[in-house]
Design a protein around this ligand. Structure first.
Ligand code: AMP
Length: 397
């Protein structure tokens, strides 16, 4: 069964083509800088064990044009994987915001699209783009089942005591101000893998997603019970370009003074902060290089980055009333040896002991990097949001 997974960002479109139940995609691709003069397209196919990579630059006006481009590449007479659109059984769409309506993958109908549209208020950069892609996919693959997999769904098990903010009731009732949490598909995927690895369904796990966006989630027996991102994706950990937790008084003060408009403050917190705010780069590899060259701001922000994660581990160990495993995942979590070491150092009181040698081994598969013994298991688990979406889509069918 052929499943196409579409992961639409505000100006990008990632896609993968799976022939289920195989877990390896036959094709992966990305279109970046949609809307800009020159969008960048990378399309990789693995057909009969032979890998082919096609890279190009061209103007892609919007996501609809982008998706049509993907379709042409997929059905290319020479290198394509399908001959006609009917060969796609289902399209799985990543949708960022499912509000409190959606707690699992859902087959898309007119009503469901209406709900996603209503929720655009909560995710103005993402939900409208997902809707556009859903509608293009419906028109392009009329026989395929369309499925929405929500980033927020995994966190719908968080109890009220953790998802409410202590603000006037009507802001919750009317304006829906509460913790929703994000990166749910990733946290769900890696904790499932970790539970299989541990051979336990009742494990208490802290999942640490460190990519360009970063979040940390407390998971009890496969259910999310608290997470660091909240109403939006700004709170919690220090990220590539986002500040993470900050006292709201800072923002009120900046606005009161008239120094900055709300738009400017949004730009500062979302795009100019985090690693970039201290070093000019949001890429951990650059920041690491700067640190090695003796940059004081790079060194400080890296210490702050690890310190913030440690604070959350302490908090979530309390929430979970104990801890069986912590999981590192995503670009930084899977690759940056030094961050994992910084986070796991000085955590003996929680029985977290890193094995430095195991930590330094680079590999693309799930692995354990804790010292042998009965302490907390420290795992590195590659995330794979697209595979998770394909699997949830298949389950729904
Ligand atoms: P993601 O959002 O999961 O794609 O992660 C993106 C981030 O992962 C990039 O911005 C990099 O900072 C980081 N990253 C990717 N590869 C490495 C690496 N080999 N070492 C350290 N950081 C990396």
């Amino acid at each position: 069964m052929n499943i196409l997974v579409i992961n639409a960002g505000s100006s990008s479109l990632k896609y993968q083509f799976f022939r289920m139940p195989s877990e390896a995609p036959l094709c992966t691709g990305i279109i970046e800088k949609i809307g800009a003069k020159n969008a960048f397209i990378k399309h990789k196919t693995l057909n009969g064990g032979i890998e082919k990579v096609l890279e190009s630059e061209e103007h892609i006006a919007d996501h609809a044009v982008g998706l049509n481009k993907v379709l042409r590449l997929l059905s290319d007479p020479a290198d394509g994987l399908i001959q006609n659109t009917d060969e796609i059984a289902a399209v799985g769409h990543r949708v960022v915001h499912g509000g409190d309506y959606f707690s699992k993958a859902t087959r898309i109908t007119a009503d469901i699209k209406e709900k996603i549209r209503e929720l655009s208020d909560l995710a103005p950069l993402h939900n409208p783009v997902s809707l556009e892609c859903i509608e293009v996919a419906e028109a392009t693959f009329p026989k395929a089942v369309q499925v929405a997999v929500f980033d927020t769904a995994f966190h719908q098990t968080i109890p009220e005591v953790a998802y409410r903010y202590a603000i006037p009731e009507k802001l919750y009732e009317k304006d829906k101000m509460r913790v929703y949490g994000f990166h749910g598909t990733s946290h769900g995927h890696v904790t499932q893998k970790a539970m299989q690895w541990l051979g336990r369904q009742d494990a208490r796990i802290i999942s640490i997603h460190l990519g360009n966006g970063c979040s940390i989630t407390a998971v009890d027996s496969g259910r999310s019970v608290d997470t660091s991102m909240g109403f939006g994706p700004l709170s919690g950990l220090i990220m590539g370009t986002r500040s993470g937790d900050i006292d709201p008084s800072v923002l009120l003060h900046l606005m009161d003074n008239g120094t900055y408009t709300p738009d400017e403050i949004s730009d500062i917190l979302n795009k100019q902060s985090g690693l970039r705010g201290f070093t000019g780069s949001n890429d951990m590899r650059d920041v690491r290089r700067m640190q090695q060259e003796g940059s004081r701001p790079a060194s400080l922000i890296l210490d702050m980055y690890a310190y913030r994660i440690k604070k959350y581990i302490g908090a979530y160990a309390a929430v979970l009333n104990g801890l069986d495993a912590i999981v590192f995942t995503a670009g930084v979590g899977e690759n940056d040896v030094a961050i994992r070491e910084a986070v796991c150092t000085g955590m003996d009181y929680l029985n977290i002991h890193l094995d430095k040698e195991k930590n330094s081994i680079r590999a693309g598969n799930i692995r354990e990097i804790s010292r042998v013994g009965d302490g907390v298991k420290i795992l590195v688990v590659p995330t794979n949001e697209e595979l998770e979406i394909a699997q949830q889509t298949l389950e729904l069918l």
